[in-house]
Design a protein around this ligand. Sequence first.
Ligand SMILES: [Zn+2]
Length: 221
Amino acid sequence: MTQFLNFHTHNFSPNSDGESIYNLLIQDVGRFNELENHWLSVGIHPWYADAENWQTQLKTVGQMAAHENVLAIGECGVDRLIELPLEQQFPIFEAQIKLAEQLRKPVIIHCVRAFNELLQWKKRVAPTIPLIIHGFNNKPEIAQQLIAHGFYFSLGTALLETDSNAVKALKIIPFSKLFLENDDRDTPIEKVYEAAAMHLEITISVLKDQIWTNFVTVFKR
Ligand SMILES: [Zn+2]
């Protein structure tokens, strides 16, 4: 029987029922040795990017990123709601994309109110690695554009709210581009799968199989 895949989580729980990709934030890199037996993503989250010393942070990420259990780079991305201007966030994001391209690893993207900029960037840079927007909960029109540009999606606990944008997105995202996560919430990943299966009118078992297939495809495992 296929396991639950929790695509992106900050709650490290080694006994969880299934597999998780645990997100290691730049300020937690001291835990790398303790966690390296688990699947990880490592990156500079825009909230924690050091505008003066991000090259040093990048070097740290680079040192861990080649490890076989670091499955993805991220979360990284762009966020309009923080103090650091988008123009200064993009170079930090791009440097991590470059690293991911070198290592041929997917990137988990955090994007807040900067989807137009992200789409423009994608058109200009045309990266070849899989890009996954995590925690997507935005308007269907934005989802459509991201779908058209080949992005993957990881949807989270917003699926538990009826009529959320995440629920609307779920119904239009190609099945092969979908992942599920609980991010920084305590909600068990099973609940997210239950909600998604209900909205899609499929069984949890079919959903688990599809997401596992997506995982194997994107991560070439
Ligand atoms: Zn997160």
